[in-house]
Design a binder for this molecule. Structure first.
Ligand SMILES: [Cu+2]
Length: 183
């Protein structure tokens, strides 16, 4: 009985631990939002990209009419001078999804004459020092403790008398409490 209970407790612990490790799935960004990739309407792509916190794995979508536009990834110098003579990569489908897999700047321009000069250029900057996002699941971890200990008033009493040690020792405290209950 105790053995089964122990396994169950370990399984629950493992589940909690693994669920707190967040698998990051890339965001999808459509360049220019509803306007898309265009020269119409003077979309400010600098303003579009500036507030965004691009991460590795994000997908950048260029949506446009392929009869009038295209997408070329270029170097910083080529981005600045709107030079599309030797692009890093070329995209022409009108619905191009580009997955960002490196940090730093990714420069894209439209190579149709005059378009880049008119502002059809965008800089996707993946910060080299990504901000560590606070994990919301971490704060929810202590929640299961009272339910585990609740059926036994003998153990619940000293626990409720001092919540401080749990905060201090975190997981170690939780594991000790559970082991104490099991044996
Ligand atoms: Cu264009």
């Amino acid at each position: 009985m105790a053995f089964v209970l122990e396994n169950t407790v370990l399984a629950v612990l493992l589940l909690i631990l693994t669920s707190s490790v967040k698998v990051s799935i890339g965001e999808v960004y459509k360049v220019g939002d509803s306007a898309g990739w265009t020269t119409i309407g003077n979309v400010d792509y600098k303003q579009w990209s500036a507030p965004k916190k691009f991460q590795i794995g994000d997908v950048i979508v260029f949506e446009y009419n392929p009869q009038f536009h295209n997408v070329m990834q270029v170097t910083h110098a080529e981005y600045r001078s709107c030079n599309a003579s030797s692009p890093i990569s070329t995209h022409t489908t009108g619905n191009d999804s580009i997955t960002i897999d490196t940090r730093g700047h990714h420069y894209f321009i439209c190579a149709v004459p005059g378009h880049c000069q008119a502002g059809q250029k965008v800089d996707i900057n993946v910060l080299r020092t990504p901000s560590v996002a606070p994990s919301p699941s971490a704060s929810s971890v202590p929640v299961p403790v009272p339910t585990v200990l609740a059926p036994s008033p003998n153990y619940a009493a000293p626990f409720s008398a001092s919540n401080k040690p749990f905060e201090k020792f975190g997981w170690l405290w939780l594991v000790l409490q559970i082991l104490f209950v099991v044996y």
